[in-house]
Design a protein around this ligand. Structure first.
Ligand code: HXC
Length: 257
């Protein structure tokens, strides 16, 4: 398949999707959206892949939805095409998705990073939801995911003023998992992906599923869901191998299932 707006690579069991519209600072347009989704779904189904990294360039992870593409669209266009609703499918990817963020992660770019399971950011990265400056508001989950991640007060501040925050502020607020030097972002993200990919694949997918339940359900339901998944993990080879290896003081060799 020919991709116009992204590049794909496999580094061992880690897959890498790189946004590649440098002249537009990786602004998200229709084609890029379709390509990222198709690539993520392909890697999700690929037994050689254990985790996926999504990256941009040094200057920008993504500077938002493509303003040129959006300018002339009407309500009827957005409604009929359900503009950018397809991004919801990223939430159905079962393998871990890590956002490797350098530079600007703004608007839809920040929203895309938040759709990943966690964010590793460079010291110089900047996050924001500046849609208000364009006369619109976040439209790919920003008002919901940012609020869940950083709380109502800071989410309101960012979404209503459009101001940007640094990687360090984003980390202390809970938006970003780790801040590393700019030139190490990709290496650290790929290393995290390789680490995850080295574990028992069903345990990894169950763990991701369990954490995601925390956002969707009340505590009692979430705890029950976790308990069932925990119990189910004892039906995997990985549990026998992981525990045997620990007791035999050797490295575990997990199979892919
Ligand atoms: C289209 C964009 C773009 C965008 C940048 N460019 N952001 N094109 N859509 N979101 C283009 C510029 O037009 C310019 O093209 C080139 O990329 C370089 O950008 P500059 O502005 O010259 O760079 P710089 O001065 O370094 O400023 C960087 C920046 C600024 C601070 C990131 O570009 C900026 O504010 N961009 C817009 C950020 C934004 O508002 N994002 C939210 C979009 S709305 P030329 O041709 O001049 O070289 C959104 C809604 C999501 O995301 C929900 C949808 C359903």
């Amino acid at each position: 398949v020919d991709n116009q707006s992204i590049r794909l690579e496999k580094r061992g069991a880690a897959a890498l999707i790189t946004l590649d519209r440098p002249k537009q600072l990786n602004a998200l347009n229709d084609a890029l959206s379709r390509e990222v989704l198709r690539a993520a779904q392909g890697f999700d189904a690929d037994p050689e892949v254990g985790a996926i990294v999504l990256a941009g360039s040094q200057k920008a992870f993504a500077a938002g939805a493509d303003i040129k593409e959006m300018l002339s669209k009407s309500f009827a266009d957005l409604f009929t095409d359900n503009y950018f609703a397809a991004w919801d499918q990223l939430a159905t990817i079962r393998k871990p998705l890590i956002a490797a963020v350098n530079g600007f992660a703004l608007g839809g770019g920040c929203e895309l990073a938040m759709m990943c399971d966690f964010i590793i950011a460079g010291q110089g990265a900047q996050f924001g939801q500046p849609e208000i400056k364009l006369g619109i508001l976040p439209g790919i989950g920003g008002s919901q995911r940012l609020t869940k991640l950083v709380g109502r007060s800071l989410a309101m501040d960012l979404i209503l003023t459009g101001r940007l925050i640094s990687a360090e502020e984003a980390r202390s607020a809970g938006l970003v998992a780790r801040v590393v030097p700019d030139d190490q972002v990709l290496a650290v993200a790929l290393e995290a992906a390789a680490t995850i990919a080295g574990y028992s694949a069903p345990a990894v997918m169950m763990a991701k599923e369990a954490v995601n339940r925390a956002e969707e359900t009340a505590l009692t339901e979430g705890l029950l869901h976790e308990r069932r998944l925990f119990q189910a993990s004892f039906a995997t080879q990985g549990q026998k191998e992981g525990m045997s290896a620990f007791l035999e003081k050797r490295k575990p060799a997990f199979s892919g299932r």
